[in-house]
Design a binder for this molecule. Sequence first.
Ligand SMILES: C[S@@+](CC[C@H](N)C(=O)[O-])C[C@H]1O[C@@H](n2cnc3c(N)ncnc32)[C@H](O)[C@@H]1O
Length: 337
Amino acid sequence: MAQMNKYQKEKPIIGDDERSGSNNLNPVSIIDAKTTNKAVFNDYCNNMAITAKNPHHPKLSILLKHLKDCHNIGIDIGAGTGHVSDCIIKQDEKNNYISRIYAVDMEKCFIDSIKTLNNNKIITIQENACKDHIFSLLPKKVDFLIFNSVIHELISYGCNYNIEQFWLSIWPRWLSIINNNGYVFVRDFIGVNNSNNKPITISIKRKNKKNYQQIKEFLKNFKKDWKTPRKELNYKWNKKTSIIKFKNYDILLEVLLSFRWGHLNKLQYDGVIAEQFINFNTNSLQYYTEKHGFKLIDYQYYLGQDYSNTFNKYFGINKDIQSHLHSKGVFLFQKCT
Ligand SMILES: C[S@@+](CC[C@H](N)C(=O)[O-])C[C@H]1O[C@@H](n2cnc3c(N)ncnc32)[C@H](O)[C@@H]1O
């Protein structure tokens, strides 16, 4: 049984740690960036598939462990390349408990990519998961829902950064279609609260001139170009000392994660300035899920190897701060009422 001492179950204040903003923006989706360039798209798909195919990767191990029991119908929301669904079905080959998984994605290129898996238990649906219409295309009740690295995108692109709309209307609507004892699996970027409210500092490594130049370029543009309305990018970069001071962990993570993707090329940069990674923390996720009769049964935090490689290559981050950094949280809730 998962115990989350650090995180209390009181009602999180939306608009405090999760600032709500105007939703008049028409974001340039990172998906546009990924899909307008074939090479970037292929690279992105390969990356997704490599981790998704490894059953020991934290991305999947919790889910696969619990889905070993009889579970009949599931939905993979924001399925991407569909490798997660494919992997679950392959694990189930002997038992044959799973009859089908609906793979929902709003992008045609991903739907096409899923079809190439030729898995006849995967049914593809090209639709925006934030629109009510989608429920008319799905079974009334299912045994599991998978939100694998997609909630931050649903909030960014599906709800135009409107987090209230997500927690108060979209999330409960999805949870309502899960059968008793069914599961909801969430894997996403998770914010961290500053317990002491002290600013956080990291330094930029200067030894490698090329790397240093890349960070300088990124920091110079990022604050100026940042498009999402919900978060003030409150950080100060001291050019003399190369120290960057952040107001809280969420901003630090937002900048580091954006740098991880955004320093690679212009297309990905255009994507990250429109995508907000840290939209919620464990407290909100737990509160808005348990409220609907679910129990957290397993969870894990981890920092993906590719993220720690990038962070360590470019930045000096002390151990204390390092221990708070994770690229993802993985959570499994079960419906128990
Ligand atoms: C980061 S990828 C994760 C893909 C996959 N779940 C995985 O982990 O390998 C997010 C996916 O969600 C899809 N997506 C984003 N917003 C969506 C929305 N509002 N409705 C449906 N799909 C969406 C994107 O097209 C993309 O394929």
